[in-house]
Structures are given as C-alpha cells and as structure tokens.
Design a protein around this ligand. Structure first.
Ligand code: SF4
Ligand code: SF4
Ligand code: SF4
Length: 565
C-alpha cells in the first residue's frame, strides 16, 4: 500500500499535536512514534502542518517524474491555478516555458477541466433532483464523506474533480502522452493514483525543488508580448473559497449557494446535512480552500494569495474557449468506504480505563492531553491498537509521583523539601524521626515551627547550597550531616539529612583518648624535666637534647589531635 503521508521516524517527540489536529483521529502511536493510519486518513494535511518537529514526509514522486521526462514519450503537465500564489508569477506562459526547460512537452492549467466540471454541475442542478448538492472537487472532503458520513453520500455530486476531468480531456488530445498533475494538495496524489489516468503528481514543494536543482529561474524567463497565454476563464477561481460558485456564469436557480472551508466547519455541516434543504455546498478541507493547500508555498498568507488569484482571473485576456468534452464522460461514483475499527463493549472500555487508574467518573478528566477529546475515546483507540496506555498525562504524572514518593519514603536518609515560604512540601519518615516531628501529616507546616534547631533554620534561610554541615538537633539529641540544594527554578529547597550521631560519638571518644594520652605525655615530660634538672649538673648539655626530643614528641602528638567543632 502506498503511504502518501507520514511522519519521519525518530523526529517525533510525543507531543500529540498531530493527533489533536487530526479531525478523524487517523494517527496511531507505536513505541512513541506517530504513524498515519493510511486507510482512515483523508489526507487533509492538518497533522503535518502543526507538527513542531516538521516531521512531514509526503510520498515523493520527483524521481518517477524525472524518469518520465527522460523517456521517449511526451509528458504533459496539468497545473493547478494556485501556482500564481505559490510561484510569484501570474503569467502561465512563463510557467509553461519553465516546465519546458524541465522537459515537459506541454502544460495546461487544470482550470480547463474545472470549467468542464462546472458545466456538469450545472446540468445536474438543473435536474432539480438534489435536496442538497455537495461539490466533489476536494478529494479530502470526498474521502471524509465516503469514510465517515455515509448519510451525506447521496448529495455528493457524482462528477469528476477538475484534475480527473482535465486528465480525461488531455488523454483525448494527447493519447500517447504521460500526464503529470502539479498542485498544492497531498490528497490529489491518492486520487490520481486510484484513477489510473495520471502517471504522477508533483506538489508545489516538489516542483520548486526540481526548478532549483535544474537551475530554472522563473524571474529570468521573458515571453514575447502577445504570447502570455492568459485567457479569461472564470473556472480559475476554483482554488479560492467560493471559487466554484464564482465559476458559474449564472448560478442555476432553486438553491442557496454556501461555501464552507476548513475541515472542522465542513464536518459541522456534514453532521447537520439533513437540516439543510436546497443548499449548494462548496466544501473544502483546507482553510481558505486549495490556495492554502498543505504543500503550497505561500508568502504573506492565504488572504493575500486569494487576492492574487482574484486579480489574475479578472485580468485574464481574451475569451476562454471551452474545450470539447463531447464523448468524455465526467460522471463518477463515490462508493462508501467501510472502516475496520473494533467497536468495543462497555466492559472492555472500562477495563482499559481502569488500567490507567480511571476507576470512577471523577478520574475521567477528558483533558485532551493525549490527543483524544475524551478518556473514553482514547480507551477505544487503545483497544484498536492505535494508542498506548502511557499517552495519558495525568496517569503518567500520578505514576511518577507515586514512584518518587516510594523512593523518598524508603530512603535511609531524611529528606525534606521546602517551598519558597519555607513550608514543608515533602518530608519522609526518617526526617521526622531525626528532627523529632510527631505530626503524621507535616506538609504545609512552616519549617520555623517544625524544626527545633536554630542552626538548621539559619542554614535554611541563608538560601545557599550547603554540603556536609554538621548540625545538632537538640530535641532528639541527634547529630545530622546536612546537605542543602536550592532549586531556584522551582523555588524550593531540597534537604538531605544523614544521621551521623554514632560517628560523632565515636570521634568524641577517640579525641578523649588522645587528650588523655597527651596529658599523660605532659606529665612524663614534667617528671623527666625534674629528673633532668636534678642530674643536669651531672649530664651537662645532654639534658637539653633530651628536652628537645621530648618536646618534639609532644608536638607530634598535638598535631594528630582531633578538635571538637
Ligand atoms: S505533532 Fe505528532 S508527529 Fe509531530 S512531534 Fe508531535 S506527536 Fe510527533
Ligand atoms: S492528513 Fe488529515 S486525516 Fe490524515 S492523519 Fe493527518 S490530519 Fe488526520
Ligand atoms: S485524562 Fe488522560 S486519557 Fe483522559 S483525555 Fe486526558 S490525557 Fe486523555
């Protein structure tokens, strides 16, 4: 199966923006990678246009077009009129020359086919048999109806799109040629492929790249006066909103003519189609219609682009000669396409909800963070294999919080987290024992009330990182080694307390032993001095040497002494 649109692997960052934007939820997540569900996708391109990672990958046909152009068969281009707003030229003669430089044998505007489509719509409307009449030029809308709105199928005009109509006209004119459609739409790729009438579709993005790689510059192409090629054809209005309605020389009577663009508004209309009566509906999935297609190259926005198209049509020279469509059948069918989605039972849905902690209605937050509008919708997607359990943000947060709670509670050290007002935001049982806090729920209590240690409080209010500070807790008679980390970004202080009471007591005992040894040594020196004085006269200078040696011994002992802090 050809994948016309997808996301680049490894670029996806699990933000679910694409899923939120997708009107029909035709995206699944596998191992944290978004993937388009081809058979349910209407190719509206909304998902890729919102992706912050620019992870769009459109089915590329540049190489197959190059192969066609290098072959022996003439290649004819059908160019959507929105080229004007994407390529900065309103002269189709320039465009034809540029395409000729790439190797195209001929190029025509798809508006030729659009004029034939409008004429066909006119015939159907005159029959008066339609309660409502939905135009069928946008393949994304057609697919939307075929897949999701079977109740609207009877109103969908059974008429080819301008691209297909033009392809049929070109096929008659150039029976042996290869045909390539060029436009701003991704959905046209699938439509062309399924029709079997066209050999390839290039998006404007692909054509721009081709021009660049072949060094074709539109602004350097000059045309002889009188060969501009513009002809007044009001079907060139097609790419703008209300363009189809404007393409009627005179709208057939008996209908109200309404144009709706943007997929959400289109869905709103389709949801309520039975409420409408004698309404002609021009529906386009893209906001502002095809001029703003997902592969257009707009500079300055869709409104400016629409204005360019209006001016282009208004300034068209000469009279458009309607091509002969005699013997060309422009009628087509849009059969219903059935979705292969599992419809789960209530029990199955509730089981999945329970696996993400949603055991009661209060837990159904319906926050939309996962990309689905409701928790229930997401549970159904999980059952269908389109979504993963851990896409639920509140569930993951609760899970992470309970995990960090377990880690904190089971730490052998005391842990306290204080907020910016020095109130206890988190405290574990070990810290409560060390600090002598009896309150079972100490959260929210001020550190100044809870901590019975001036030393600890002054360390806290200094608001500086601290490492291995020895602090005595009077209430519990414990010595703690305090490490403080100030998390300025979160306006919190993180304190880790290690019980060092045993170490301190041991080192105090050790110090005492040393001091006792020192005192004994002093006594020995004094005694020695007395003896030395007595025998000084007998030993002379030897006494002084003994003194030096003994004083050195004293100094050595003193240097090893551990002082109390
Ligand atoms: S928009 Fe979709 S594809 Fe793009 S990064 Fe977000 S989740 Fe991934
Ligand atoms: S192209 Fe449209 S229908 Fe298809 S996945 Fe993207 S948003 Fe959904
Ligand atoms: S609570 Fe979870 S499942 Fe429900 S909508 Fe929000 S993220 Fe989706």
């Amino acid at each position: 199966m050809t994948v016309y649109l997808d996301f680049k692997n490894a670029r996806c960052k699990d933000c679910y923006k694409c899923l939120r934007a997708c009107p029909v939820k035709a995206i699944k997540f596998e191992n944290h990678q978004a993937k388009i569900i081809e058979e349910q996708c209407i190719l509206c391109g909304k998902c890729t246009s919102v992706c912050p990672q620019d992870a769009k990958t459109v089915h590329a046909e540049t190489d197959s077009v190059k192969a066609l152009l290098n072959g022996n068969v003439p290649v004819i281009a059908s160019v959507a009129p929105s080229f004007i707003s994407s390529f900065g030229t309103d002269n189709f003669a320039v465009f034809r020359i540029a395409l000729g430089k790439l190797g195209f044998a001929e190029a025509e505007e798809t508006a030729v086919g659009a004029a034939a489509v409008t004429a066909e719509y006119g015939k159907l409307l005159e029959s008066g048999k339609y309660k409502n009449f939905i135009t069928s030029a946008c393949p994304a809308v057609n697919r939307l109806i075929q897949l999701f709105y079977p109740q609207a199928l009877p109103y969908l005009a059974p008429v080819d799109s301008p691209m297909i109509a033009h392809a049929k006209i070109l096929k008659k004119k150039y029976p042996n040629a290869k045909l390539v459609f060029i436009g701003p739409c991704i959905a046209k790729k699938r439509e062309a492929h399924e029709s079997g009438l066209l050999d390839a579709v290039l998006t404007f993005e692909e054509l721009k790249a081709l021009f660049e790689s072949s060094d074709v510059k539109l602004d350097e192409i000059a045309v002889l006066p009188g060969t501009e090629g513009g002809v007044k054809n009001i079907a060139k209005y097609y790419p703008i909103s209300r363009g189809i309605i404007k393409s009627f020389p005179a709208c057939p009577e008996g209908y109200e003519y309404v144009a709706v663009d943007g997929v959400e508004r289109v869905m709103d209309v389709l949801d309520n189609i039975e409420l409408l009566d004698k309404t002609f509906l021009e529906l386009n999935c893209c906001d502002f219609a095809c001029v703003n297609g997902p592969c257009s190259l707009l500079e300055g926005g869709a409104v400016k682009a629409g204005a360019k198209i209006r001016r282009y049509v208004a300034e068209g020279k000469g009279d458009f000669v309607m091509p002969s469509v005699e013997g060309t059948d422009l009628r087509c069918e849009f059969p219903r396409i059935r979705k292969r989605r599992i419809i789960p039972t209530e029990r199955e849905i509730n089981e999945v909800l329970a696996r993400t902690g949603k055991n009661n209605p209060e837990k159904l937050y319906n926050c939309g963070a996962c990309g689905y509008s409701t928790c229930r919708e997401k549970a159904i997607a999980v059952i269908n294999g389109y979504a993963e359990l851990d896409m639920c943000l509140p569930y993951m947060r609760e899970k992470a919080e309970s995990m960090s709670f377990e880690i904190i509670q089971n730490s052998p050290n005391g842990i306290v987290v204080l907020d910016s007002d020095y109130r206890i935001a988190e405290i574990n049982n070990r810290a409560k024992t060390l600090l002598g806090i009896d309150n079972t729920d100490a959260k929210g209590i001020s550190a100044f009330d809870a901590f019975d240690s001036a030393e600890l409080i002054s360390a806290l209010v200094e608001n500086k990182n601290l490492s291995k500070k020895k602090v005595f807790i009077n209430k519990t008679k414990k010595y703690i080694e305090l490490n403080l980390v100030v998390l300025s970004e979160h306006k919190t202080v993180f304190a880790v307390m290690k019980d060092i009471t045993d170490n301190v007591e041991y080192s105090e005992k050790l110090n005492k032993v040393k001091l006792d040894t020192l005192a004994t040594t002093d006594e020995v020196i004094k005694k020695q001095m007395r003896v030395a004085q007595e025998i000084a006269s007998l030993l002379g200078e030897t006494t002084a040497e003994t003194k030096v040696a003994l004083l050195q011994l004293k100094k050595t002992l003193q240097s090893g002494e551990t002082t109390e802090e």
